[in-house]
Design a protein around this ligand. Structure first.
Ligand SMILES: Cc1cc2nc3c(=O)[nH]c(=O)nc-3n(C[C@H](O)[C@H](O)[C@H](O)COP(=O)(O)O)c2cc1C
Length: 374
């Protein structure tokens, strides 16, 4: 039966085998203190790691303090943050067979903001606001502060900060490093002509707009052992006229691939608050399929993929090699168990929970899998 499900086939990325193609998408928990992981992170990621996805991606983790989105972001920039992160990764790897990735990033002009449940606006000085930086001195949205344009010193500093964070994550035992080059954060701010108005070698042509992100990628790749997978998340379109386009994304990703990036997660949007995003089921899958076709990279699809059959179809049809789910995992951390039941694959229970299987417990025959799939 296992062979009949494409979603539950293993996947090798560089020197690493994922037990299946189900990925927990990176999701900020806004619950760190000074970049340091807390008990919340252990239970949140622990529960996911016990539930059978092939890969759990730890949320956007800042490479410098000013690179945080909010005061609750994880970081990899201080000894205390690295120690807590190491403890978290060690714990997750002891729990189950899921592999563990971390998304490293810098928020740029979208930093210094409130947690979503506090409103998500830019922080006021009394709330601990800090000065933000970006490709150009262009605010994220009306009412947001104008970021400082990054100078040559910052370019170098940030390249090192990304590399150092990757090195720290590797030393902590992380299986995969994923670069955040999506959703309007710093690397994306360089890529998009709407946020990058520079007239130096980092702005203007696509070659110039890619120069800083590619320099970061080169430094990060060099900081990692040869067998450690490096992925990237991109916004393949800004969904705004005059913005970053799928054609540009393909050129960027081919350059990323040449620099040793092993896979891409294809997302979209995030650069401008008022972009019109057609958020329908699987709305980014076609973008992923095009990227896979035109770059030959291992590709992950994401975005409103919720049902097991839907996820299975994305992989079986060759639109993507992996599928990431975000909110479906918040709703049901055991999503992979339900998917295995629905698709007839062996259910990836940890041995401690095996007695909850349908063949050992009549209650397991309740139609939970059907409910989850609807
Ligand atoms: C609570 C929450 C936090 C998120 N944080 C991140 C993040 O840290 N990095 C990122 O690239 N995307 C982040 N996202 C976007 C998700 O990774 C995912 O792309 C998005 O939710 C669409 O997938 P879904 O429809 O399966 O939820 C977040 C989404 C949610 C709901």
């Amino acid at each position: 039966m296992a062979d009949s499900s494409h979603l539950f086939q293993p996947l090798t990325i560089r020197g690493l085998e994922l037990p299946n193609r189900i990925v927990v998408a990176p999701m900020c928990q806004y619950s760190a203190v000074n970049g340091v992981a807390q008990e919340w992170h252990t239970q949140h990621y622990g529960s996911l790691a016990a539930s059978g996805p092939g890969l759990v991606v730890i949320e956007a983790t800042a490479v410098t303090p000013e690179g945080r989105i909010s005061l609750g972001d994880l970081g990899l920039y201080s000894d205390a943050a690295v120690a807590a992160f190491t403890h978290l990764v060690t714990t997750l790897k002891a729990i189950g067979k899921s592999r563990v990735a971390v998304q490293i990033g810098h928020a740029g002009r979208k930093g210094s903001s409130q947690r979503p449940w506090q409103g998500g606006a830019c922080l006021r000085p009394a709330e601990g606001a800090w000065e933000t930086i970006s490709a150009s001195a262009v605010p994220f949205a009306a009412g947001w502060p104008t970021p400082h344009e990054i100078g040559p010193y910052d370019i170098d500093r940030l390249r090192h900060a990304f590399a150092e964070a990757a090195e720290k994550a590797d030393s902590a035992g992380i299986d995969v490093v994923e670069l955040h080059s999506a959703h309007g954060y710093l690397l994306h701010q360089f890529l998009s002509p709407l946020s990058n108005l520079r007239t130096d070698v980092y702005g203007g042509s696509l070659d110039n707009r890619m120069r800083f992100p590619l320099a970061v990628i080169r430094s990060v790749r060099r900081a990692l052992p040869n067998d450690k997978p490096l992925g990237i998340r991109i916004s393949a379109t800004d969904w705004v006229k005059g913005g970053f386009t799928p054609d540009e994304a393909i050129i960027y990703l081919n350059a990323c691939k040449a620099e040793g990036v092993d896979y891409v997660c294809v997302s979209s949007g995030g650069l401008l608050a008022d972009a019109k995003i057609p958020a329908l089921p699987g709305y980014q899958v076609d973008l992923a399929a095009r990227v896979r076709q035109e770059t030959g990279m291992l590709t992950r699809a994401v975005g409103l993929i919720t049902g097991p059959e839907q996820a299975e179809a994305v992989v079986a049809s060759g639109q993507a090699d992996m599928v990431a789910l975000g909110r479906a995992f918040l709703d049901d951390p055991r999503w992979a168990w339900r998917a295995a039941v629905a698709l007839g694959a062996p259910v990836p229970y940890p041995p401690q929970y095996e007695r909850a299987q349908a063949k050992l417990w009549p209650g397991g025959k309740t139609p939970r899998a059907t409910v989850a799939a609807e």
